[in-house]
Design a protein around this ligand. Structure first.
Ligand code: MLT
Length: 249
């Protein structure tokens, strides 16, 4: 099982995705929000890297069956139903609805990795479930951290490192970090060197401090709740659904 990691989607080329399981990470907050929305019964999530496209898809499905969701600069947009706080995605809001999801970085990474052999969504909230799934699959992995506007994000890299650490522990010599992928090596070292509680570690990240300044400090706690939502979100033909729901949908 070969593992590569990219700090941002900008360095990912289509050839990197061939025969790979892409694991998209956006701890603050897209991964956490997507896991929450699926747990709370939304029908599917359609990631969009463009606001106009999102509005058009929303209009074509109709407001009775779809919600327009996402953010720019961390804030809900005018005319949108929901922003990007996991708390907004409560069961009575999202159950049975299709969510058109246009976040700044996470949605972009999802669109960019859609052509991988399999595209999954990971945060700390589904970390162990994801590690177990990947260990069972025994396929080559590309961890796609979303970063922030093309720049390294501490919380995503820590999560990537945590995922690699779990795989190295459970799979031992079956795991190879490719010689040319210092990013995977660095993520693992960063995670292993971190001794503070996870919430403290991610709270000092740039985007965490920004979200706190907007009044979203509670979202950091949700994002740092390890294994709170043990599901595998999978992107299938442009729609994110929970993996065990794929067979039955
Ligand atoms: C994103 O996808 O860019 C993030 O989830 C931004 C946010 O915190 O809302």
């Amino acid at each position: 099982m070969r593992i590569d990691l990219h700090f941002t989607p900008d360095t990912i080329k289509q050839e990197h995705l061939e025969n790979r399981v892409a694991v998209v990470i956006d701890v603050l907050r897209a991964s956490t929000t997507i896991c929450t929305a699926l747990k709370n019964g939304c029908k599917a999530i359609i990631p969009c890297d463009d606001l106009e496209k999102a509005r058009n898809i929303h209009a074509s499905i109709g407001p009775e069956a779809a919600l327009l969701c996402g953010e720019r600069l961390g804030q809900k947009l005018p005319g949108f139903d929901l922003g990007n706080s996991p708390d907004e995605y409560a069961p009575d809001v999202v159950k049975g609805m299709t969510l058109i999801f246009a976040s700044t970085n996470g949605s972009r990474t999802l669109v960019k990795t859609a052509r991988a052999a399999l595209t999954l969504v990971c945060g700390f909230s589904n970390l162990s479930a994801m590690a177990q799934f990947l260990a069972d699959e025994q396929r080559d992995i590309l961890i796609a951290c979303s970063g922030k506007l093309g720049v390294f994000a501490l919380e995503d890299t820590l999560c990537g490192g945590a995922l690699i650490e779990r795989l190295v522990k459970s799979e031992g010599s079956r795991v190879t970090i490719h010689d040319s992928n210092d990013a995977a090596r660095a993520a693992l070292q960063l995670y292993n060197a971190e001794s503070r509680p996870l919430l403290d570690a991610i709270s000092e990240a740039d985007h965490a401090r920004y979200l706190s300044s907007l009044g979203f400090a509670a979202d950091l706690k949700t994002a740092a709740s390890i294994d709170a939502i043990p599901i595998i979100p999978q992107l299938v033909e442009g729609r994110i659904v929970t993996m065990n729901a794929v067979a039955s949908s």
